[in-house]
Design a protein around this ligand. Sequence first.
Ligand code: C5P
Length: 222
Amino acid sequence: RPQQSLAGRKVTITAGPTREALDPVRYLSNHSSGKMGFALAAAAQRAGAEVTLIAGPVNLATPAGVKRVDVTGALEMRDAAERAADLCDIFIGAAAVADFRPAEVAEQKIKKRDDNSEETLALIKNPDIVAGIAARKERRPFTVGFAAETEKVVEHAQGKLARKKLDMIVANDVSVADSGFNSDRNAVTVIDANGSMALPSALKTELAEQLIEIIAAKAQKQ
Ligand code: C5P
């Protein structure tokens, strides 16, 4: 086989949703399937990398040869990501981290009230995991983020690239049918400081191969 583009490199990838507990039986989450992150992990492993896959709750098999760390909430994902990032060359944040978590986790199941009065839920912001890694002064891996957008896709993703201090961002338009969340296919635009490049609709497994080759080439030049 040809020279592997990520031979000897350590890659950390976050994937899937996070689940934010409300009480022992309830949580807040989102519809992320984890397919893109798992496909990236498989592609990076095939490209010769030593891969750590930090996975939220998903129904997917661990790609062959990949070290998987299962997590539930955003804070747990952050801790696992920070630990893995200390040792890696490339960090890819593909997880759909919940933006908020309940301000308090009730120890017992929250009971319905007898009256019909309004129930309110106090939420606090979760830490931005990929931005935390990208903001490092030391032991900073080449850092890649994802951006799911519904309009002005490239413009919004460019904003995130700059705000989060990422080296590269992969933007996808989730308003397009049969693309993004839960789909097996995706169409993305890759953006970095030098410009942008559109990758047409493809299976997530094929797209992952292309993205890994692009990331390997860019991380090399760093
Ligand atoms: O800001 P937004 O959530 O759209 O940014 C998406 C990118 O940021 C993804 O790479 C996602 O994995 C990452 N992210 C994160 N921690 C958060 C929110 C987003 O790592 N709390």
